[in-house]
Design a binder for this molecule. Sequence first.
Ligand code: NDP
Length: 290
Amino acid sequence: IPTPVTLLGAGAMGTALARAWLAAGHPVTVWNRTPVRAERLAAEGAVVAASPAEAVAAGRLVVLCLLDDASVGEALDGADLTGRDLVNLTTGTPAEGRKRAAWAAERGARFLDGGIMAVPPMIGAADSGGYVFYSGSSELFEEHRATLAVPAGTEYVGADPGFAALHDVALLSAMSGMFAGVLHAFALIRREDIAPGDFAPLLVSWLGAMAPMAHQTAAQLESGDFAKGVVSNLAMQVAGNATLLRTAEEQGVSPELLTPYMSLMERRLADGHGEEDTTGVVELLAPRKG
Ligand code: NDP
């Protein structure tokens, strides 16, 4: 029989997770603070628990998908977690993941933290590209691997319970910079006779063509040689920035999304690294330890 799953949280994401497990034949016990959201799942075959403690008592594998780390502490306060396998899919910081793991250990539970790289419609959909980062107990992960793979792909990134959140947030941070650039680009063309819909495919293919440069950045960070394989050195890029800024000014567009990154590039150039790649900006953001 498929492994029973207890799920705390029937928000947008929790509901998608529950449906994926139900569709795959897993018995699902669900609890939600506002009962009506859990009751909708009862019609689809889930058992609704009246309290978190009752839900946790229903089975060993307990998945949490609540708003934030504070709601996890609140929901599980007073529940007996002895012998439970907690899988926390609530978004949090690395430090919250580590603290929550220690908290679970004190209560006799194994703990796996997760970071969901998907939106609800991608959950349970084959080949959607969605997946979940996991870190923490490798025993728990191995034991429940098949069950965890039902809603989305699985990517175990280490025993440190903070690593799932760290990978999750690092990717989201990269995405945030990318979308900032996308918005600036749309702002540049806005007052002209260029349709955003015609421009979007050009943006998408350009960003796709440039994204693999991250491999070179990684190789430079690993070797410590930031000039290795450089094709667009920092001195040239800083000069190019002047064109980006002048164009923004000509088009009447605020440069405020561009300037923080440009200041860092200028500082690195002023430190004498003009022949290197932009990789050295990482040194300014996060100087090497020791
Ligand atoms: P929703 O806002 O739809 O649901 C939030 C859930 O948390 C509800 O079940 C809510 O209960 C519950 N909740 C909030 N506060 C408390 C509390 N103090 N005690 C108990 N329960 C509480 O959010 P999602 O389902 O979309 O998100 C859930 C998690 O999944 C979040 O951590 C989010 O970051 C993550 N996630 C979501 C993605 C998305 O696209 N939706 C993508 C990737 C990750 P109630 O119904 O009573 O309000």
